[in-house]
Design a protein around this ligand. Structure first.
Ligand SMILES: [Zn+2]
Length: 676
């Protein structure tokens, strides 16, 4: 490993390209087609290797050095992460429920190893004794953060306290797994007995939802079933039934699991000297403290409230066309009336763009756009086995050198994770290991009869997750696994993904791939402009709703669990921060998966939305791929991974800290444009 010292960060990352040596790409993760025993063998080998590295740290004689201490520590981090990533992936995607159960057990085991390392005082003391004056800045920064993380894990506490923390963390892992699994397994369905109840839904939806032999049509809570009903079904009764089914998934099981999780987390925070889990959890984030989360929620509220009210009045006027006495709009009605206003006031029917978004074209278009934007190329590895035949394996190349790999698992299956996410598969380490990641999505599956037409929102989600993917891969050439890719302050990681979402607004970008699947005609620029105006409508209320979710996530973790009533908090925050009324009988928190992984940090999405809009404003709006901004963005924001603080990444790219001005413009764009 060559260590270079350069004081200017941009120079250092720029010169990496010339330093990079071609690494051998290991076989794809499913090439051995492991059964569950094979999977556990791979996992146990990783955990054993981690233990050997930890043993070497403790056994090292003589003065502490980067080589005899930090290098072994980081090897252990890589192995444990690899084990955790793989078991989490299997929990989310493996078709066999028994395999998923064993993967859950493996996640528990690997998390216990991770927790034990985080509480290993010998390792902490060894790391703290490594002299760093001569080390490169990324190494110094990594060490500072690791030592902070050790203290946040309680490593400086006495033996009994550390043992208690370990027990609590093991319990937390178990509670999180249970929460997530209950949601994945919690799919519900509603029955439709009169086909007329599906009025308003597109023809391909009707074709895919035929009545069974008893004359019953089953509509599930999976996204491809759920979203079109909420947007298009004329029947308010159907929308309400499905909304209630969707928002009672994993209820009541997850009410109890979540309450246990609140108690466990509160106990951990208290032991470590924090007032609340929210405060403790913010200590290693960009935001810094729980109180700042509360402040941020208020700042966002005042930024979007006037726009949210203005949009609400338009929705209400729309509703009054068929219900003259209406004074309120339920949460379950928001998407439907929003769609109606888009048609009536913005002359846009979101069905009109679906023919331009067949899945295969969109996938190729997003790959091509990302290749141009990030100055990379993609190469598919054909005939590679994966956990499901539909999964594709791709390599990422930079100047003809392979720099990473990703897997696309893009369509729904029974038992599969039901949302959309990027999951890391392997951490990259400069000169040593290549990064790998997977996208898990639930987009319509193309078939011989059906090209898998995507909604506008689906395409946006695809861009979003691809933003995470590129961050993971391009940030994968740092000197250490612990600062590779998205291993950084947790409340920055949604900024690059939300920034890439905005690419869907560009007529130039869309014209390059969005073609009518029947005629091959490219999407007209005029339609894209109308779509942009129409899609801007509803943003203020979208932000308001997200802010409501942030408030739920913050409020339940900002206090003693004894004082929390989940139903009261969820209902109150939605009423307080949005103009909509939550319907009776819903318990959305039970399937609000982020309350497990993100805990009090759901604010992250809006925090990063503020940054993402500010970033996006730096690109040339007429030609997003023009000039030196794309490459400068790759170099200063994505490639550094977690080697500098995210507050510095933002300043390095913008030349100043982020501001909410771009967000304010973004939420009001439909009214701006209308008056032009
Ligand atoms: Zn994301």
């Amino acid at each position: 490993m060559r260590i270079i010292k350069l004081c200017v960060f941009g120079l250092m990352t720029t010169s990496l390209a010339t330093l990079a040596v071609a690494l051998d790409l290991p076989p794809p993760i499913w090439s051995t087609q492991p059964d569950v025993n094979g999977f556990e063998k791979i996992e146990n080998q990783r955990l054993d290797a981690a233990q050997r590295s930890i043993d070497k740290i403790v056994a090292a004689k003589g003065p502490r050095t980067i080589d005899n201490t930090l290098r072994n520590y980081d090897d252990a981090v890589w192995q444990i992460n690899a084990a955790l990533y793989f078991s989490a992936l299997m929990e989310a995607v493996h078709p066999d429920a028994a395999f998923r159960d064993r993967a859950t057990a493996m996640t528990r085991k690997a998390s216990a190893v991770q927790t034990a390392l985080a509480l290993n005082r010998s390792v902490y003391q060894a790391l703290a004794a490594v002299p760093l004056a001569q080390a490169e800045p990324a190494t110094q920064y990594y060490m500072r953060r690791q030592l902070l993380e050790f203290r946040l894990a309680g490593v400086d506490k006495d033996d009994a306290t550390r043992a208690r923390l370990k027990t609590l963390n093991d319990e937390l892992t178990e509670e999180q797994s249970a929460f997530d699994r209950n949601i994945n397994d919690g799919e519900k369905s509603v029955e439709v007995r009169e086909a007329s109840e599906l009025a308003g839904l597109p023809q391909d939806y009707l074709d895919n939802h035929k009545a069974d032999k008893d004359g019953v049509i089953h509509i599930t809570t999976s996204y491809p079933d759920y979203v079109p009903v909420m947007n298009f079904a004329v029947s308010g009764a159907l929308r309400r039934r499905l909304f209630v089914a969707f928002n009672t998934r994993a209820f009541p099981q997850n009410r109890d699991v979540l309450m246990k999780m609140l108690r466990t987390r509160y106990d951990i925070a208290s032991i470590l000297g924090y007032q609340s889990w929210a405060d403790y959890n913010a200590a290693d984030k960009m935001i810094g403290s729980g109180a700042k989360i509360g402040e941020f929620i208020q700042v966002v509220d005042s930024a979007v409230r006037p726009g949210a009210e203005r949009e609400f009045q338009m929705l209400l006027a729309e509703k009054k066309k068929t219900d003259a006495k209406a004074t309120a709009i339920g949460l379950e009605e928001r998407s439907y009336y929003q769609e109606q206003v888009r048609r009536s006031s913005f002359n846009f029917d979101s069905q009109s763009v679906r023919p331009y978004f067949p899945y295969e074209r969109v996938r190729q278009g997003i790959l091509d756009t990302a290749a141009t934007l990030f100055h990379v190329t993609f190469r598919q590895e054909k005939g590679v086995p994966a956990w499901d035949p539909s999964v594709e394996t791709w390599q990422v190349l930079d100047a003809d050198k392979v720099i990473g790999r990703f897997y696309l698992d893009m369509h729904p299956r029974a038992g599969k994770f039901s949302h959309a996410e990027m999951v890391p598969v392997l951490d990259g380490v400069r000169g040593k290991r290549l990064p790998e990641a997977a996208l898990l999505c639930n987009f319509p599956q193309p078939t011989a009869q059906d090209p898998g037409l995507m909604e506008y929102g689906d395409v946006q989600v695809f861009f979003h997750e691809f933003g995470h993917l590129m961050h993971m891969i391009l940030g994968g050439r740092q000197p250490w696994a612990g600062i590779s890719g998205i291993s950084m302050e947790f409340d920055f990681v949604e900024a690059p993904s939300q920034m890439l979402e905005e690419w869907i607004q560009s007529p130039q970008v869309l014209a390059s791939f969005a073609r009518d699947y029947r005629s091959g005609a490219p999407i007209p620029a005029e339609l894209v402009l109308r779509m942009n105006r129409a899609s801007a409508f509803g943003r203020a209320n979208w932000v308001a709703q997200q802010n409501g979710y942030s408030a739920i996530s913050y409020d339940i973790y900002d206090t003693k669990p004894e004082g929390v009533d989940l139903d009261v908090t969820a209902d109150r925050d939605m009423r307080k921060y949005t103009p909509f009324t939550p319907p009776e009988g819903t318990h959305m928190y039970a399937s609000f998966g982020h309350l497990s992984g993100y805990s009090s940090a759901y604010y992250t999405y809006l925090w990063d939305k503020v940054i993402a809009e500010d970033f996006f404003g730096q690109f040339d709006s007429k030609n997003l791929l023009a000039g030196d901004t794309p490459l400068r963005y790759r170099r200063t924001v994505l490639e550094p991974g977690g080697s500098v603080s995210a507050n510095d990444l933002v300043k390095n790219f913008l030349g100043r800290p982020q501001s909410t001005e771009a967000l304010k413009r973004w939420v009001g764009a439909e009214f701006d444009t209308a008056t032009r």
